[in-house]
Ligand binder design. Structure first.
Ligand code: NAD
Length: 354
C-alpha cells in the first residue's frame, strides 16, 4: 500500500524525515511524495529507494493514505480512493463547516489536531510538537530583537541586570519559553489558569503569578476553559503591574474553538519600557495582546510587537522531524499487516475522525 504526501503551500514543513523512510518500509507502506516537498526542510530524501516522487494527481489517485497539511479543493478530494484515509489538520473546532464538507466524500478523514490529550496519543500530538518549537523560538526571537542582555553580566565596565521575561499561558509553548529564557539567564514570571500549571512553572525556576478565582478546568481534556469577565479584568491588572518592569512578554494563552483572551491591553503596552519586545504566539486566534497584528511585526510606543503563531516554521528542519514522527506514529495505528485497518474502538482514531 502507498502513503502519499502532498507539498504544503501555507506550510513548508516536510512530513517525511529521512529516518522515517525505513520505518514505513518496515510496516509495508511505500512512500509517494510530491516533487520539492523536502526542499524547505533541507532533507536529502531523494537518495532513498523507499521514496518515489510523483505529481499531485498520481499521489491522490494511487495512495491508500493521503497526507496534506493544506485543505484540498473539491476537484482534488474527488480523486482520492473511496477506501482511503485522508489525514490533515482541519481545525474543525474553529471551522465547524469542515465536518459537513468532508462527510460528502466516501474516504475517511482524520484531523490530527483532534487527537486526544492522552498518554497513548502523546507521540502523535502535532499541536504539542509545534507549540514546543514555537515557545523556544519565541524566546530566541525576542532576545535577538531586545537591545539588552538576557543574563546578568558582570564586566570590567560595570554590571548589567538580568532581563525580566513575563510568560502568559504556561502550557506546552509557555513552559518551553520559560525553560529557554531561564537557560539564557533571564528572570521569569508566568501566568496560567490551569490548576496544574503552578507546579510546572515553579519546577522550571520561574515565579508563578497567582490570580485567585480561575474557573475549573478538570473536565476540559487538558485545555483551559473560558474565564469570567471579572477574572480577566483582574488578570489584565496583574499583567499591567508586571509589564512595566518586563523586558520581554511572551503570550501563548489560547482557548480551543474561541478567540484568545486579551490579556495585554494597549495601555499596558504603553506602560512598558521602550525597546521591550512582545511575542504574541496566540495572534492567529485573535491574539493575547490588544495591539498585535497576526503575521506582522509592529512597533507601538517603542515596544516591538510580533504577531506570529507559526514560529515552528522558523525552525523548519526540527519541526519537520517532529511532524514526521507524529504522522508516522498516527499512521502506525491505522495499518495492520501492510493493509489499512480502521479500528473504531481505538479512541485516538475515533476522536480524530471527522
Ligand atoms: P493551549 O495552547 O490550548 O493554551 C496555552 C496555555 O494558555 C494553556 O496552559 C492554558 O491553560 C493557558 N491559558 C488559557 N487562558 C488563559 C488565561 N486567561 N490566562 C493565562 N493562561 C491561559 O494549551 P497547550 O499548551 O496545548 O496545553 C496545555 C496543557 O495540556 C499542557 O501543559 C499539558 O499539561 C496538557 N497536554 C497534555 C497532552 C497529553 O497528555 N497528550 C498533550 C498536550 C497538552
Amino acid at each position: 500500500m502507498n502513503i502519499g504526501f502532498l507539498k504544503g503551500t501555507s506550510d513548508a514543513k516536510c512530513p517525511i524525515a529521512p529516518d522515517l523512510i525505513r520505518k514505513y518500509d518496515g510496516i509495508g507502506v511505500k512512500i509517494l511524495a510530491e516533487h520539492g516537498i523536502q526542499e524547505a526542510a533541507h532533507f536529502d530524501i531523494s537518495k532513498y529507494d523507499g521514496v518515489e516522487f510523483a505529481e499531485r494527481s498520481k499521489i491522490l489517485s494511487d495512495s491508500e493514505i493521503v497526507y496534506s497539511s493544506d485543505p484540498l479543493s473539491p476537484e482534488e478530494l474527488a480523486q482520492i480512493k473511496p477506501e482511503a484515509h485522508f489525514i490533515s489538520l482541519l481545525e474543525p473546532y474553529n471551522k465547524p463547516e469542515v465536518v459537513a464538507q468532508m462527510e460528502k466524500y466516501p474516504f475517511k478523514t482524520f484531523s490530527m489536531d483532534m487527537i486526544p490529550r492522552t498518554t497513548l496519543a502523546q507521540s502523535m500530538d502535532v499541536l504539542s510538537s509545534m507549540a514546543s518549537v514555537a515557545g523556544y523560538k519565541a524566546v530566541l526571537k525576542a532576545a535577538e530583537m531586545l537591545p539588552r542582555y538576557l543574563p546578568m553580566m558582570i564586566t570590567a565596565a560595570g554590571s548589567i541586570k538580568p532581563s525580566k521575561v513575563l510568560v502568559i499561558g504556561a502550557g506546552v509553548a509557555g513552559l518551553q519559553a520559560i525553560a529557554t529564557a531561564r537557560r539564557l539567564g533571564a528572570m521569569v514570571e508566568a501566568f496560567d489558569v490551569r490548576a496544574a500549571s503552578k507546579e510546572e512553572v515553579e519546577s522550571l525556576g520561574a515565579k508563578f503569578v497567582e490570580v485567585e478565582g480561575a474557573a475549573d478546568d478538570k473536565d476540559a481534556g487538558g485545555y483551559a476553559v473560558q474565564q469570567s469577565e471579572e477574572f480577566i479584568q483582574r488578570q489584565q491588572a496583574e499583567v499591567q503591574k508586571r509589564a512595566a518592569n518586563a523586558d520581554i512578554i511572551i503570550t501563548t494563552a489560547q482557548l480551543r474553538g474561541r478567540p484568545a483572551p486579551k490579556l495585554v491591553l494597549k495601555e499596558t503596552v504603553e506602560k512598558m519600557k521602550s525597546g521591550s519586545v512582545i511575542i504574541d504566539l496566540a495572534s492567529s486566534t485573535g491574539g493575547n495582546c490588544e495591539v498585535s497584528i497576526d503575521g506582522e511585526t509592529i512597533v507601538h510606543s517603542g515596544v516591538t510587537v510580533v504577531g506570529n503563531s507559526s514560529l515552528a516554521d522558523h525552525m523548519i528542519q526540527d519541526s519537520s522531524i517532529l511532524l514526521s514522527n507524529n504522522i508516522f506514529n498516527f499512521v502506525n495505528i491505522m495499518v495492520k499487516d501492510g493493509q489499512l485497518h480502521y479500528d473504531e474502538d481505538n479512541e485516538i482514531l475515533a476522536k480524530s475522525k471527522i
